[in-house]
Design a protein. Sequence first.
Lengths: 450, 300
Amino acid sequence: MAPGTIRPRARRWTGVGVAAVALALASGAAAAQKVAPINVVINQSPWFGGFSKVVEAYEKETGNKVNLDVNPFAGSAEKQRSSVRAREGQVDLLVMNSTWLAEFYHGGFLVPLNDIDPGFKLDPQVINYDDTAYWDPKTKTNNSRTGVVYGVPINGNIAVLYYRADLYEQAGLKAPTTWEELLANARKLHNPPNVYGIVVRGARSASDISYDWMPYLHSHNGAIFKDEKNGDFTVTLNSPEGKKALDVYLELAKTAGPPNPGSYGQAQVIQALVTGKAAHATPVIAAWSQMDDATKSAVVGKMNVVVLPHGPGGQPAPTLGHFIGAIPKNIPRERQVAALAFLKWFQTYDAQLKYAQAGQPPIRKDVYAADFGKKPEFRWMKAMVDSAPYPRMMYTVPEGAQIVAVLELRLNQAVIGERTSTDALNTAAAEIYEIMRKAGYKTGRLPDLK
Amino acid sequence: MPGLARGGLAGDTARWRHYTLAPAVAVYLALTALPIANLLVMSVHDIRWEQGVAQWAFAGAKHFAELPRDQLFRDGLANTALFAVCAVSAELVLGFLLALFTSRVVRGRLFYRTAFLLPILIPGIVIGAIWKLAYNPDFGVINQLLGLAGLPGKDWLGEKTLAFASIVVVDIWHWTPFVFLLLLAGLESLPQDVYEAAKIDGASAWQELRYVTAPMMIPTIAVTAVFRLIVSFKVFDEVYLLTGGGPGTATEVVSFTIYRRFFTEDRIGYGSAISVVVLFLLTLVIVLALAALRRRRDAA
């Protein structure tokens, strides 16, 4: 073989070798990122559009597949429940609302994220939603000091006060900080049937009126239980503070609202806002993306949001309506790893920036501080920052769904005039007491309100 | 021996019949009897989940004792009974009139038959969307039509007094075609010679309807009524999609109560107890209706 012919061949083989090594390395790197497809059960919330955009970005960036199984709110909980109770679950990532978190934590269905990856931790910039991403199985509490991380917040949904900034400007009003101020403003702007002063979410469903009224209760220094965090489940719903909270809610609904406030669920409230029929409402921040969407809204650029008002001597108390992403115990290891890969990516700054730009509340503090938040279309972010110190969980016990069912019926009956506020609160308190007594909690109840 | 041979053959035939029935019995047990047995067992237990494992605790008749105090159950049962009576009565009257009309039409019978059947072909979820939009107090077609006539609009699903009637109307719209179909089949199978005899006797159209058609149609009407009563007792989708049982408990029906207790609140034992009671009541309705039919047939 002539030397002249050897050298090119050697170079060619060397080149092939280098390419092969590079390919192997590249494919190795890709394999490190490539994980199994995951199934996510999620509900068709106002924030779903933003979440699905972020999922698309994840798939594009990583090549991993995420199957979104979209359901109505209650249907999502049922599907997740069925999956975690099966021998092997179908759902890899549970997107759990704060109202059914307790059931899943207490039921022992979830895997601590450090069992999948010992090095995993929540990014310090991720907002702490009343410790709900942590669970202490010994004390059965959400506690970031004694518990371990079980989930990553998926959506920082809380209620805020939506108001018509254009009508406020015309009437020379300023954003209310108390419920009484809101009542005065709502009455001033009440011009039925064109514009209602306020549209409350007074319908009875899986969670409408109870979620809507809870900030009134808490911000009047009332509560369902005496000291839930320390295990005292004495029912205090029918306290004088509770009655004040319900009376102001009823006054708003009846004197500045539509004719049948007891039939408005979340969808109807949002519809009233985007069609310009509501001067005020208190839905979750996730509804914001529809306000400035010209294809859905008649009030583009006319709405604004602020932190919820409070009662006398209280502070704002938006109820947490957020979602936690958690991984069930009963799925194969490779799918747990894949679900965690998504959660790790989801909590990054870049992912949350995309989420915020899609009009949804990010779960990271630093995204709220980003420059783009100063643009007019992101004016909702200030309300979220202002609300950050105040959110409260509605309840932390697995009997929560039963408690909510009681509240939904009795509060709705008060709104539609079937019961007085006193009767509604006394009846609800008695029924909640029975639920807690039967479930074996340390409980009691206040004497009936007169 | 011939006798023994016959007995042996008869025994073989009987055994063979049992063997051939066995698959059907097995399917029945697997799909019907076992779930009902499971429901009965669950209804006397409290079921909680700890560490991902179901914990069953015997509760005896506790859940059944709780039922009379449950306002949703009480109102749901009362509303369901009222709903069944109102909806089925209206459907029978309308369905019979439509069937009578269609059976007498000579030209375009196929068109009418198809047109009258359309609502039953629409999926429940679409029916919910159609009527939710139609009933919308702000931009629904019903209020718009009222507006054209100079009448004030109503909140059809939001007012306590109207919501229940509005749900009944949806059910009538949805199920009248089914009643129409059964009654039309009944009408078309009536013997024609009786009508010819009535005509010869000079019977008017009303007399023909009153003394010929109606009596002969009673068995068909009765079977249709029983079937519709059973189905209407299970009403769920209209309520779920349109009112969620509200305002208050104005449109609460027992199937929706079961759904709430069993699924939303995750009270498996208690939800099963309600289901057992409803199952018992439905069985009672069927038994009484069949007994009445049999008595009538025997009397005839």
